[in-house]
Write a protein that binds this ligand. Structure first.
Ligand code: ADP
Length: 435
């Protein structure tokens, strides 16, 4: 028996005892009258408390619990404790829910919660962006009415969610999304989206690169293989045949060698840490070396000039800078017909900058090709580049070296008019000459 019932029973017994006492002391009708009066009082007491209870139950705030007497005091106190506990656990649940929502909103991937009819229940900001949704109007709408791509409809209809779906450009702008549906809670689904545009781009670049390298190596290999086959089929090889075949085979093997060397240089530059070995680069000696190399490449077919007005040296990596400058010089010689001139320059510029330039009077580059020149294997004229020993990697190497030296490449060129490749160094990359 609980406290309330026990107390009520005690009160009833007390009222009955008083009524019995009155009947004995006075008359039975007086006893009945006393009993009725006491019962009425007792009933009034309870009705009063029940009214208080009902009023509180309409708006059950734990802070406004009514004051009770007797057994009702205990009833109200226990209600107060319960209401307070409920309020605390409600607050705890709300904070857990808030944390979950905050975590969902902070996720770098898109998250859309769908109900059993594929209607949007909740979506995080990245999901809004990925699916091009409007939070005000689209929550509660069917996702299939909002994402109209047929492949998405097929994916949703197939209900086989083990593999993600790759979708191109749902939201404004060129983007690629990987979409995965995850069923949960028996009927609901989570629609997860990840922007894989960058990854796709890297994969495409990687695929193109492998295809290009294979293609570049296949041609000379086929040529060398063909010569060797012909030679091995001959019962006797005379000197004249050897003299005819060997230079061609040598040329092809040199082509493969320079390709592999350029690939190794590119890979070394790309894979070595950004904080490379820095040193003072003696620009006087560098320019002298480049002039000697240019003369060697030209074999007297061009007029080669050095113009120097800057006395500063550079702060950088000697080997990488030599590789970049050497590529520019080699291009100028290779793309300038006999009789033309090539000018190497090292000049001071405004704001403490300095520029290394290589200009030629060669074949020049039509304007539309200029933005793509530093892409790997990009050539204006494939035949001409291969014909003069080009690998298509020279300017890609130049670009990587310059990025590592915080320098900028500027190309001025016009078809048939010649070109000028300038490397602009900031003041921070310059240092005083040491003599
Ligand atoms: P390649 O080994 O083919 O020369 P690069 O990356 O060094 O490769 O150059 C890319 C392309 O830019 C070349 O194929 C050529 O078409 C063009 N190019 C580079 N330098 C010159 C130049 N000085 N004059 C004309 N065209 C040039």
């Amino acid at each position: 028996m609980n406290d309330f019932a026990r107390r009520s029973l005690l009160w009833l017994l007390a009222i009955s005892a008083i009524a019995l006492g009155v009947s004995i002391a006075m008359t039975p009708p007086m006893g009945l009258l006393a009993l009725s009066a006491l019962l009425l009082l007792w009933l009034g007491f309870h009705l009063y408390h029940i009214t208080l209870l009902l009023r509180w139950l309409n708006r059950p705030a734990p802070g406004r619990i009514p004051e009770g007497y007797g057994a009702w005091h205990h009833v109200f106190m226990s209600l107060y404790r319960r209401a307070r506990k409920q309020k605390q656990s409600k607050r705890k649940l709300a904070s857990i829910l808030d944390r979950f929502i905050n975590a969902g909103e902070a996720m770098p991937d898109g998250v859309v919660v769908l109900d059993e009819y594929d209607r949007i229940e909740w979506v995080n900001p990245v999901g809004v962006q990925h699916f091009g949704l409007d939070l005000q109007t689209d929550v509660g709408c069917q996702i299939l009415n909002l994402v109209r791509q047929p492949s998405f409809h097929t994916y949703m209809a197939a209900q086989s969610y083990s593999q993600p779906l790759i979708l191109h450009s749902i939201a404004p702008g060129e983007c690629v999304l990987s979409i995965q549906l995850v069923p949960f809670d028996t009927t609901r689904k989570l629609l997860l989206s990840r922007d894989i545009t960058q990854m796709e781009r890297v994969q495409t670049v990687h695929r193109d690169f492998v295809a290009n390298v294979s293609h570049e190596l296949r041609t000379p290999l086929t040529v060398v293989g063909g010569f060797l086959e012909t030679l091995s089929d001959m019962p006797e090889v005379d000197d004249a045949t050897l003299r005819q075949f060997l230079p061609m085979m040598l040329e092809q093997s040199r082509r493969m060698q320079s390709l592999v060397e350029d690939l190794l240089t590119l890979s070394r530059i790309e894979n070595s840490p950004r904080s490379m070995q820095l040193e003072t680069v003696d620009m006087d000696r560098m320019l002298d070396t480049l002039m000697v190399e240019a003369e060697g490449l030209s074999q007297g077919r061009h007029r080669i000039v050095l113009e120097k007005s800057c006395t500063n040296w550079l702060w950088g990596n000697q080997q990488e800078l030599h590789s970049a400058f050497g590529n520019l010089v080699s291009n100028a010689i290779r793309y300038t017909p006999e009789g033309g001139s090539v000018t190497l320059g090292w000049h001071a510029q405004d704001e403490g900058r300095a520029v290394f330039s290589v200009s030629d009077t060669g074949i020049g580059i039509p304007r539309e090709h200029l933005p793509r020149l530093t892409e790997r294997f990009y050539r204006v004229d494939r035949g001409r580049s291969r014909g003069n020993g080009g690998t298509g990697l020279g300017l890609a190497i130049v670009k990587h070296v310059l990025v590592r030296h915080h320098a900028r490449l500027d190309v001025q060129s016009e078809a048939e008019q010649g070109s000028c490749f300038s490397v602009i160094f900031n003041a921070e990359q310059l240092t005083a000459a040491e003599h």
